[in-house]
Ligand binder design. Structure first.
Ligand SMILES: [Zn+2]
Length: 430
């Protein structure tokens, strides 16, 4: 179990942006998975292992059965590669009051206060001029060392902060400091320095997507190592579990095993690369078509399939227990959490919950239930939209965690193995 946890923490540290997460995912899958290109025809072998990426930040990987037919099933796990953070604006850098700063947009729903007073770096992708204007050359970038900080105001200048809470304006009070301004009207050379690290001149830079990332390595904690402290556990922990299970799976005689890792879940999923887009639908359609199935065969398969929407779940917070539904309070290290919501914010149905509970029983792991307090609004996942788009019975499940959407989150170490066993059970087809 120790080795699996070390691999998870390394995976998280290698994945400061969705682009890096997909690179780390390809490495986790290994060379037995052949790359497919959406722009090319798919030529598939029975029992083959394939992976296709979209925009470099979403990924679908499959292990095909020995014999695909209208009697086959798609057994699938979905998760998301993105996490709440702050994204650098296109014309970001400026001088203010003697300091160099840059402007950031909020990405998703981060806990603002958790991003203050941390050793922050930048990560993402840069696009440079190439031979073809429709195919600019792109380079991954990760600063690794700290290059900026969002300092809190000293308590002497904000005396009531502990009583009234830290409120921060996204436009004016979350701008990182990255240097000292020599020229009061200047903007510094942030992009020049970043381009220099990639070995390309700034004059070739066309655009970029860069996000703030914490540079502190992930860690195990607790006297017995029972906890994990890391950024982006939501939802890289579930991406990792899905990848590990698929990489370890063997081709089924009849079932197609699939994982789908999407970008843009934290901002609503409605994008070219998000779960609200057509990536999964088109990919499944093309895989089944290339496998020789006609339209009726493809629709028959979908209705006997299962999609596990894997996303981290809320553990009860002992300091704020009244925020939780009294008889549905998940605790870390007590197994995966099945999420239920009558307003369909989660896709779990009576049927899909029954399937998942029986998979837990067969995998010999515990499980828990989560229901939001009825008088509080509920979060959501890629589950409902995937269920609606694909017509596949879907269950929402994930490991319990605390500090969700903080720059540094917390989860349970034992749950890493429990969910690994659950997903291995799914990909055994039993
Ligand atoms: Zn999530």
């Amino acid at each position: 179990m120790g080795a699996l946890i070390e691999q998870l923490l390394e995976f998280i540290d290698r994945s400061p942006s969705p682009y890096h997460a997909v690179e780390a995912a390809l490495a986790r899958l290994g060379p037995s998975f052949s790359r497919l290109d959406e722009r090319q025809a798919y030529a598939l072998e029975p029992g083959g292992r394939y992976v296709v990426t979209r925009s470099g930040s979403s990924l679908v990987a499959v292990v095909l059965p020995q014999r695909l037919s209208a009697e086959s099933r798609v057994l699938a796990i979905g998760a998301h590669t993105d996490s709440p953070t702050f994204r650098v604006k296109p014309q970001a850098s400026y001088a203010k009051e003697g300091y160099l700063q840059f402007g950031v947009e909020v990405y998703g729903g981060p806990l603002f206060a958790s991003w203050t007073d941390r050793d922050l770096g930048l990560a993402g992708r840069l696009w440079f001029r190439g031979d073809d204007p429709l195919a600019p050359e792109s380079v991954l970038y990760h600063s690794r060392s700290p290059i900026c900080r969002i300092p809190q105001l000293a308590i002497h200048l904000n005396r009531e902060v502990n009583q009234k809470g830290l409120t921060l304006n996204a436009q004016t009070e979350m701008c990182p400091i990255w240097g000292i301004a020599d020229d009061p009207g200047g903007e510094g050379a942030l992009l020049e320095a970043i381009c220099a690290e990639t070995g390309r001149p700034q004059s070739d830079l066309l655009s970029f997507e860069l996000v703030l990332c914490d540079t502190q390595p992930s860690a195990r904690s607790g006297l017995s190592g029972e906890f994990l402290h890391a950024p982006r556990l939501d939802n890289l922990a579930m991406c990792f579990a899905a990848l590990s299970a698929l990489a370890a799976s063997k081709a089924s005689p009849t079932d197609l095993y699939l994982i789908a890792l999407f970008d843009n879940e934290e901002v609503g999923s409605d994008s070219e690369r998000g779960a609200g887009g057509n990536f999964l639908e088109v990919t499944v359609e093309r895989l089944l078509h290339a496998g020789g199935l006609d339209l009726e065969g493809r629709h028959r398969i979908v209705r006997r399939s299962l999609f596990v929407s894997a996303d981290m779940a809320h553990s009860v917070h002992p300091n704020f227990a009244d925020k939780h539904e009294p008889r549905h309070m998940p605790v870390m290290n007590r197994g995966p959490v099945i999420k239920v919501n009558a307003q369909e914010r989660y896709a779990t149905t009576g049927f899909s919950a029954a399937v998942l509970r029986d998979l837990c029983r067969r995998a010999e792991i515990p499980h828990q239930w989560f229901v939001n307090r009825t008088d509080l609004g509920c979060g959501s996942t890629i589950g409902p939209m995937t269920a609606a788009r694909m017509g596949i019975p879907t269950v929402d499940v994930g490991n319990a965690m605390l500090s969700m959407h903080s720059a540094r989150e917390m989860a349970g170490a034992a749950d890493v193995e429990y969910v690994d066993r659950l997903f291995a059970q799914l990909f055994s087809g039993q």
